[in-house]
Design a binder for this molecule. Structure first.
Ligand code: NAD
Length: 480
């Protein structure tokens, strides 16, 4: 077992004498992945100072230099999918296939933003005043603080760090305390391809110390955060109080509408994939299955049949389809909601039992809560586990109303063979991303990602839209 420090100004700090936190596998709590130093505000100060010092020089490099370095990161990630995937699965608990898919996505994101470095375009216009030219250019924001959650330990950091770096910003990153090993692996790649010192910095540790110190640091120009709504709200208050730019991607309670005209097989497959894959620990997971009465009982039967076939187990077992819950706290939270559902009159819970395996992991079978209404706490709050609720509705109009009746607005979906309803749903769903005959989870890296209401704040992430957050515009007026 190794001990690890931070990465600041192009150097790895020694963890000797530091307070260390153990990183344990959720598939087997006796498996310690490593020990990682807990930073504090003084380490954030060092990292921010290095990033501030490096930033002007980094933007002065040619965009080709930035593109080449990002492409080198992409190539290394894509050449190490097996090793990185194994580490990620071991540390976070998603299955090997899911983890390798996520690592591949991270490589694709670095590749996409390598191209974007060369497309930091501006505009030239005629002024309304004769003889004057107006130029609109894009410039980096400066030092970007990145704070990320545990559920996508490499893809989310990639979709924040790659555009930040591509557009000439420098970075101070705090990963979630549950997944420092994957963070170190990505940082090692960034170090090895030869980024200049200070351009990318990593500080691990608790959110209340390290995360908060980044958010409140007067020399951090912008904060891009993904995580829970509760933390996000606090970050927005702290960041806007000092007028720092802030972007938040938060939770979801994503509706999947199933209409009576849906193909039953498609509906069950889409629902099971959206609700349970990656152990339901996706912000875009389908957690409210809103089903027309005419198909309700057949849908519940089809979904429960598929759920029973899902193999829950150790993330590194190639036969596993559903890995463990990420840690004991999250498992307790999932079980709290399941208990609440079981004690609600008229509600039936299918599954949602602890599962014993050869190793001591946080294994929970997928759970379907049937019979609750849309106001039930378990259908209102984000659970973030392998748990979905079925809400029965009379018709499409009620389905749409229930789908939109949520404090969140990240993703939504509909399963139907009706073009009329599919079109109407795309137009009237109050979510940032809408899926037709597809799971609510599962997005592309080259198009905008984000939601509405309590799910997102600030400009979109990913694709060409990412430049809105990671660059300033400057407008110059020139009288030649
Ligand atoms: P979390 O809010 O607990 O933590 C997220 C990050 O913030 C971690 O790095 C944490 O250490 C840090 N943090 C905690 N307190 C802080 C503070 N006071 N100041 C600064 N930083 C602080 O979230 P989590 O449990 O890691 O992740 C799960 C949540 O993330 C779920 O709600 C999920 O929906 C959401 N999520 C959203 C998206 C999206 O794109 N919308 C994607 C993935 C996950």
């Amino acid at each position: 077992m190794e001990d690890h420090g931070w990465y600041i100004n192009g150097e790895w700090t020694s963890p000797r004498g530091m307070e260390l936190a153990e990183d344990r596998s959720p598939s087997d709590v006796s498996d310690v992945v490593g020990r990682y130093a807990n930073g504090d505000a003084s380490h954030v100060d060092e990292a921010v100072a290095a990033a501030r010092e490096a930033q002007p020089g980094w933007f002065r490099t040619s965009p080709q230099t930035r593109a080449n370095l990002l492409e080198a990161v992409a190539a290394r990630i894509l050449a190490s999918v097996d090793g990185l995937g194994e580490l990620l699965a071991r540390e976070e608990g998603k299955t090997l296939a899911e983890a390798k898919g996520e690592v591949t996505r991270a490589g694709q994101l670095f590749r996409f933003f390598s191209g974007e470095a060369l497309r930091m375009t501006g505009e030239i216009q005629q002024s309304t005043r004769e003889g004057i030219e107006v130029a609109i250019r894009r410039e980096p924001i400066g030092v970007v603080g990145i704070v990320t959650p545990w559920n996508f330990p490499i893809a989310i950091p990639a979709w924040k760090a790659a555009p930040a770096l591509a557009f000439g910003n420098t970075v101070v990153w705090k990963p979630a305390a549950l997944v420092p090993a994957t963070a170190h692996a990505l940082t090692r790649i960034i170090h090895e391809v030869g980024f200049p010192p200070g351009v990318f910095n990593l500080v691990t540790g608790p959110g209340a110390d390290v995360g908060n110190a980044i958010v409140e640091h007067p020399d951090v120009d912008a904060i891009t955060f993904t995580g829970s709504e509760r933390t996000g709200r606090a970050i927005a208050v702290a960041a806007t109080a000092r007028l720092a730019r802030v972007q938040l991607e938060l939770g979801g309670k994503n509706p999947l509408v199933v209409l009576a005209d849906a193909d039953l097989d498609t509906a069950a497959r889409v629902a099971v994939d959206g609700a349970y894959f990656q152990t339901g620990q996706r912000c875009t997971a389908s957690s409210r299955l809103i089903v027309e009465s005419a198909i309700h009982d057949r849908f519940v039967a089809a979904v429960t049949a598929r759920m029973r076939e899902l193999r829950v187990g150790h993330a590194l077992d190639p036969h596993t389809q559903l890995g463990p819950v990420v840690d004991a706290n999250q498992l307790a939270a999932d079980e709290h909601y399941l208990e609440l559902a079981r004690s609600t009159p008229g509600v039936t819970v299918h599954g949602g039992e602890r599962v014993a395996r050869d190793t001591d992991g946080h294994f929970l079978s997928p759970a379907l809560i049937v019979g609750g209404d849309n106001d039930a706490v378990f259908n209102r709050e984000e659970i973030f586990g392998p748990v979905a609720g079925v809400i029965e509705v009379a018709d499409y109009d009620e389905a749409l109303q229930v789908a939109n009746d949520t404090p969140f607005g990240l993703a939504s979906g509909i399963v139907t063979t009706s073009l009329k309803h599919a079109t109407d749903f795309q137009q009237r769903s109050s979510a940032g991303m809408v899926m037709v005959n597809l799971p609510t989870a599962g997005v592309d890296p080259h198009v905008p990602f984000g939601g509405r209401k309590g799910s997102s704040y600030g400009p979109r992430e990913q694709g060409a839209y990412a430049r809105q957050f990671f660059t300033h515009t400057k407008t110059s007026y020139v009288q030649p």
